[in-house]
Design a binder for this molecule. Sequence first.
Ligand SMILES: *Cc1c(COP(=O)(O)O)cnc(C)c1O
Length: 243
Amino acid sequence: MYRVNAEFFGLNYVGVPLHSDFTLDLEAMLAAIHTHQPALVFLAYPNNPTGGRFEREQMEAIIQAAPGIVVIDEAYGAFSSDSFLRQAGTIDKLVVLRTLSKIGFAGLRVGYAAGAPALIHELRKIIPPYNVSQLNLAAAEFAMKYRPFILQHINQSMGERERMRTALRAYDCVEDFASEANFLTVRVPDAQVLFDTLYANKILIKNLHGTHPLLDQCVRITIGLPEQNQAVLRVIDELYGNL
Ligand SMILES: *Cc1c(COP(=O)(O)O)cnc(C)c1O
């Protein structure tokens, strides 16, 4: 979406590929910043669709090197062990994005940007008037009254994520990657076969194969309720248990 939005606004988009293990290629990132002098740098922390969280020190190096605004997209921040929210407002060029979308309220369309007052003042000039409806704001406020319940659900998801990762790691043919999001991205022998088999069992995952060269035979599995995750593991065991 960063590319789609940049191109929509007629901007010159430059994507910097990650390493093959989905860690940040800091050297390539710093070189690209040096070459292109970007007005805007977007970093997803944790990243989507790979799930990993880049190293904080690498993020800080990018913030330091960037000549313009650095946006840290923390859509999955609730599931992460680290955040830049505390730094928002202390670094002039830093903006941190958060959303309710990944913690159970995708339909509300409520999120926010946090940053230094001068920067937020400029952002206010370009957002459409009444860009979030009163009804959605009231619903978000109501949802936040149930914060302990939401946090409990997030905690359960993080526990299930680690349980799923351990279970998937037992299969020689499955390559797992660390995740600090509410999903696991794994590489399997045939992503389409896994997608189709799960689909036949009324389970929908995301087939990432073909979306980027680094995501060869990868799928993204969103963590669900324990019994839903169990259903996924059952299908995977039928497919890969005897390989
Ligand atoms: C889901 C997501 C968003 C934004 O979601 P909204 O529903 O528009 O708030 C932003 N960045 C990443 C990386 C996401 O996965």
